[in-house]
Design a protein around this ligand. Structure first.
Ligand code: HEM
Length: 131
């Protein structure tokens, strides 16, 4: 059945997938994202997505979302950006963030796609040393 297939795809995705409501509250997180951020679903669902990022974005993310709600001008939606994530142990990692806006049963949610860039960045640094 269709819903079960979608669930299996999300559960087994290589990239992290997180959904939030239009205020930034986490509604779902897949296993890949849990692993990247060192979190369990039960500790992170219901929290503000800002807890998954270091400052300054951590303190500004609510404003990013409310500004978008007011202006309709996206800075990441449909564009993507390289950003930093904060793991539970306090370490920071780079990833490529894609965000899409979804109209679902009469309300707006946002889906974030998280592609870890740790390996790529390390390779880049090593290459620079030899440049
Ligand atoms: C906007 C950072 C995760 C949803 C932004 C902006 C930044 C940012 C820098 C735009 C700032 C500007 O106006 O130029 C981050 C960081 C994250 C993160 C560092 C690390 C965890 C997420 C996730 C979602 C999300 C997982 C969705 C599930 C949004 C939305 C906006 C936004 C809806 C406003 C629309 C837009 O600007 O396109 N975020 N974000 N963010 N972010 Fe995040």
């Amino acid at each position: 059945e269709n819903a079960a297939l979608l669930k299996a795809i999300i559960e087994n995705a290589i990239d992290g997938i997180i959904t939030i409501d239009d205020r930034g509250k986490i509604e779902s997180i897949n296993p890949a994202a849990c692993k990247l951020f060192q979190r369990l679903p039960e500790e992170i669902i219901g929290a503000n997505v800002a807890v998954l990022m270091p400052p300054p974005d951590r303190d500004l993310h609510d404003e990013y979302i409310s500004r978008y709600r007011q202006t309709g001008v996206p800075h990441i939606i449909g564009i993507g950006r390289e950003v930093k994530g904060l793991r539970k142990d306090g370490t920071i990692f780079p990833f490529r963030l894609g965000v899409s806006e979804v109209q679902y049963s009469g309300r707006k949610i946002y889906t974030g796609f998280i592609h870890d860039l740790t390996r790529e960045k390390e390779a880049e640094e090593t290459l620079k040393e030899y440049a």
